[in-house]
Design a protein around this ligand. Structure first.
Ligand code: ADP
Ligand code: TRP
Length: 330
């Protein structure tokens, strides 16, 4: 079982990224061969400052290691260190119907939110498909907002196989095709984590709880969350983002307690916010400590990423040899 996923170094990691993606990275590395990468090529669609991208990529490596991505179990690398991926992206783009890229949600959403309407942003799913297919992924743990991209990657594999493998039949296991159709995509369907303002927690909304932000800042973020004006005794709305965040971080019995007490009233918002702050620090205490240690030794992290890239290239090369041969590039 091969697990592949990436995350863009486009801003500090937040609770939504953790619960929607990174937590699954950690779980899956126990169960199969895991490859996790820093999607720096993808981040070029939003970060246009070399020094900043370098900084964000380094930070993300530290974040992932601190949260538990274990280099003894998972291959950790920068996407840009694997030229096979960009080569496959180009080849895929030549069999990929332009109409399917034009239907993509992400391009429309992101340009609406102010990102430059570049060709790279439009063809972003092509590069993502190349990530997935060059490493022959079985499972791709990501949040549910990436579901469409995973479907597109499957589609791309199908198109490439149909174009270059005579008589290709996706249902015939005896004819595997040029690139494997990713067998199972695990899209986490648990509810999207809300931000402090109730919209989806996202870097682009400034409503995040950053996993490694200074304590003071987190405290301020949480204590200043907007709530309605329900008096202490009154029942509180069960769709409040504050409740969703408490439930996301508390253990099951405490989560149930919060649900009951929201429905019953008697506790003020300030007390819930205090508890949320405490829970957050508790859940991430070890990671925050570990990150401080790792940050003290940048050479170790650089070395890890270099070793990861070497291993990842070895895994991508057989795919590219097959594809180059089939399309006539070698
Ligand atoms: P952002 O929206 O902050 O820019 P990204 O798009 O970079 O986050 O997402 C990185 C990963 O985190 C993806 O796998 C995505 O599905 C997941 N993710 C992002 N925000 C959330 C959220 N609020 N809830 C659950 N998962 C999320
Ligand atoms: N598009 C993903 C995101 O924005 C990041 C990503 C790039 C990715 N390539 C990938 C995720 C391949 C999984 C597999 O979060």
């Amino acid at each position: 079982l091969r697990v592949v996923s990436g995350i863009q170094p486009s801003g500090a990691l937040h609770l939504g990224n953790y619960l929607g993606a990174v937590k699954q990275f950690i779980e899956f590395q126990e169960r199969g061969e895991a490859l996790y990468f820093i999607a720096d090529l993808h981040a070029l669609t939003s970060v246009r400052d070399g020094a900043r991208l370098r900084q964000l990529s380094g930070d993300l490596a530290l974040d992932l290691l601190a949260l538990g991505v274990d280099p003894a179990r998972a291959v950790l690398f920068r996407q840009s260190a694997i030229p096979e991926v960009t080569e496959l992206a180009w080849i895929l783009s030549t069999v990929w119907p332009a109409s399917s890229v034009l239907r993509g949600h992400a391009y429309k959403d992101k340009t609406r939110r102010g990102l430059a309407a570049s060709v790279g942003l439009l063809t972003y799913p092509v590069l993502m498909a190349a990530d997935i297919l060059s490493f022959e992924a079985d499972l791709v743990p990501v949040g549910s907002d990436q579901a469409q991209h995973l479907e597109l990657a499957r589609d791309a594999a199908l198109k490439l196989n149909q174009a270059y493998v005579p008589g290709f039949d996706a249902d015939d296991p005896a004819r595997p095709g040029l690139v494997r159709l990713p067998r199972a995509f695990m899209v986490d369907d648990r509810a999207t984590v809300p931000g402090t303002d109730g919209r989806k927690m996202s870097k682009s909304y400034g409503n995040t709880l950053e996993l490694f932000a200074p304590e003071r800042e987190l405290e301020k973020r949480i204590l200043s969350m907007k709530t309605d004006s329900s008096p202490i005794d009154a029942a509180k709305p069960l769709d409040a983002p504050l409740l969703a965040l408490l439930v996301a971080l508390a253990g099951p019995s405490e989560a149930e307690e919060h649900r009951r007490s929201f429905a019953g009233g008697g506790v003020g918002y300030a007390a819930y916010k205090r508890r949320l702050f405490e829970l957050f620090l508790g859940v991430f205490a070890k990671a925050r400590e570990r990150r401080r240690e790792l940050a003290a030794d940048p050479a170790v992290v650089a070395q890890l990423l270099a070793a990861g890239a070497e291993r990842a290239r070895q895994l991508a090369q057989p795919t590219l040899v097959r594809v180059r041969n089939a399309v006539g590039l070698s």
